[in-house]
Structures are given as C-alpha cells and as structure tokens.
Design a protein around this ligand. Structure first.
Ligand code: NAP
Length: 304
C-alpha cells in the first residue's frame, strides 16, 4: 500500500516518535496533527511541516477533531509527572475508545503501544503471547498499566466499531529526533552515570525512525478485526552498554554505568511476526546512532 492523497490523523504529533512520521506523510497526504500544543513553538514546528494542527486534550471530548479521516495513527501518550493514574488512564486508555468512536469510519487505526506492557523474560526476546506485567513501574509508575489498558480499549474498539486495527508494541524508537540513546548521550556529556540493570547486558531492540516510518503503510494494511498485535522493534538486539560504548567512540565521552535494580531490565522483543508481515528493518544501529548525533549534536563528534 502507498499512502498518498489520504486524510490522516496523527495524535501526539509533537512527540519524539511521531514527528518524523508526520513530516514524511505530510509530503503526499493531508495530515492533521493532534496535541495539546502547550508550547507555541511546537505548533510552529508542526505547521512548518504542512500539517494542520488540531488542539485537543485526549482526556476530554473530541468535538474539534476531524472525524472524516482515512487513517488514524495514535502516538499520543501522557506520563504525568506526579504519577496521576486517574489522568493517565483517561488520557492514554479512555482516549483510545473516544478516538475510535469518533473516527469509526476510518479505513484503519494504528495504535502505538510499548514493550512496557510485558512482564519481561530477562534476555529472552518477548513474544506477543508472553505474559503482560507492570514492567516500567520503577521509572514511570503509570506507564505500563495505562498502555495495557489502552490496548484493551483498542481491542474492544476494533470489534465494537468494526474498525481494522493494528496494535504495535514499540521497543526503543530513536533517530534524528532523539530517543533513549540520545538521552544517554546527554548524560555522558554531563558526566552522569547511566543506570543499567544489574542483570547485564540491558538488551533492547532499537528501531530507527526511517524504519518505523517506512513500515506504517504495511502496518495499516494488516490492520484487522479483531485487532492485529505485534512487536515493533529493530531486527538487531543491542544493549544500552553497546550503544553507549559506540557513542563514546564517536564523541570521546567515556560512558560510566550505574548497575542497579531501580531501572528497567533488559526487554528485547521477538520480531518474527513483524518481519513476516512487514519485513526486516534496514538501518543498522551503528548507522542510526551516528546519524542521530550528526543531526542533533554534530559539535560533539570527535574532529568536529
Ligand atoms: N520514546 C520511546 O522510547 C517509546 C518507547 C516505547 C513506546 N513508545 C510509544 O511511542 C509513542 C510516542 O511516544 P514518545 O515518547 O515519542 O512521546 P512524547 O515525546 O512523550 O510525546 C507525547 C505526545 O503526546 C501528546 N499528549 C500528551 N498528553 C496528551 C493529551 N492529554 N492529549 C493530547 N495529546 C497529548 C504530547 O503533546 P502535548 O503535550 O502538546 O499535548 C506529545 O505530542 C507512545 O505511544 C509511546 O507509548 C515510545
């Protein structure tokens, strides 16, 4: 499927993850970008991409949101600083029902979920059928539970409104708009130790923005009733220790690690289902990390 001449609603359009998607899709589609737009500069950045900004709080009514869209890409996520379960469940989970009911005539609905929904299986890549759990509690108390609740709402909505749906569980999305490896770069620059789990190495399945953006048409194509659920990660398993060491090679900053139980443990994802339906990812992680620094902080590269 080629995404051209469609009306596409992207929620969380100002997010690290969705912004590159909006930029790409706005080239050939009419894109509506939903967020609360609390910062004026966010709105300017999004409008500059040719995206129509739609100001709405997903925890409230959606009267101002266009309903006549072909596709919905739901990337919004609330992580309230004071761990407000009431608000986060409303903004992350009730919102999915509200959005699906509002856009029930869309051709497909893509819900961005997270590997945070899994209990975790140490260094064993988790499969879609593996047990769920409150994985991220130690760092983000409301996150895993509200992402699980959001998935339930997406499953319900797909059946209730016969709305073809894909639930895609991200591992570590990153790229030229940032992501976890970029936060690690900032910590290394500031001389802060990087928390890693004592059960080393802290393996994940990072996926570059070029890959996840390119996969969106196929993820919409496989949307179904009942919903399709799959992991959304890169084809290579890479640890925090590995990507920080490589960031160190590129910048000269020596990574210092703080092994602790008070951080998220390894959580690589099994990408067999993704690869079978959508294909392998293309961007090698070293290439992706180098390009991230070249784009965001070229001044930090050795020899710059
Ligand atoms: N980043 C990662 O490493 C990672 C890992 C796994 C999964 N994911 C998933 O990827 C998606 C994007 O994550 P992200 O980290 O890129 O997000 P982010 O940078 O934290 O941005 C969150 C987005 O949601 C919007 N938003 C928050 N609360 C809202 C509300 N009540 N109503 C409307 N919009 C609201 C924000 O805009 P305003 O504040 O302007 O409203 C912003 O556009 C999420 O589904 C997340 O679970 C991300």
């Amino acid at each position: 499927m080629v995404l051209e001449d469609n009306r596409i609603l992207i929620t969380g359009v100002t997010s690290q993850v969705a912004l590159p998607v909006a930029r790409e899709l706005a080239k050939k589609n009419e894109v509506f970008g939903l967020a609360r737009f609390r910062k004026a500069e966010d709105r300017e950045r999004i409008e500059a991409l040719g995206v129509t900004c739609v100001r709405a709080d997903l925890s409230e009514r959606l009267d101002s949101v266009p309903a006549d869209v072909d596709y919905v890409l739901n990337f919004a996520v609330a992580k309230s600083p004071n761990a407000d379960f009431d608000y986060d469940l409303s903004a992350n989970a009730e919102s999915v029902g509200r959005l699906m009911a509002h856009c029930r005539d869309a051709k497909a609905f893509l819900h961005s979920s997270s590997a945070a929904v899994y209990q975790g299986a140490g260094h064993q890549p988790v499969r879609e059928t593996d047990p769920l759990g409150d994985n991220h509690r130690v760092m983000m108390p409301t996150y895993s539970l509200s992402k699980i609740a959001a998935e339930v709402m997406a499953r319900f909505g797909a059946k209730q409104w016969n709305l073809p749906t894909t639930i895609a569980r991200f591992s570590v999305p990153y790229g030229n708009n940032g992501g976890w490896p970029w936060y690690h770069l900032m910590m290394m620059k500031a001389g802060h130790p990087i928390p890693v789990h004592i059960d080393a190495p802290s393996d994940y399945s990072p996926i570059h923005e070029d890959d996840y953006t390119a996969q969106i048409p196929k993820l919409l194509e496989i949307a179904s009733v009942p919903a399709t659920t799959l992991n959304w990660g890169g084809s290579e398993i890479v640890s925090i220790e590995q990507w920080c060491a490589y960031i160190g090679e590129l910048t000269g900053f020596e990574p210092r690690f703080n092994p602790t139980e008070q951080t998220i443990a390894a959580l690589p994802v099994d990408v067999s289902r993704l690869e079978a339906h959508v294909g392998k990812t293309q961007v090698h992680w070293r290439d992706g990390i180098r390009r991230m620094i070249e784009t965001l902080n070229p001044e930090l590269l050795i020899g710059s």
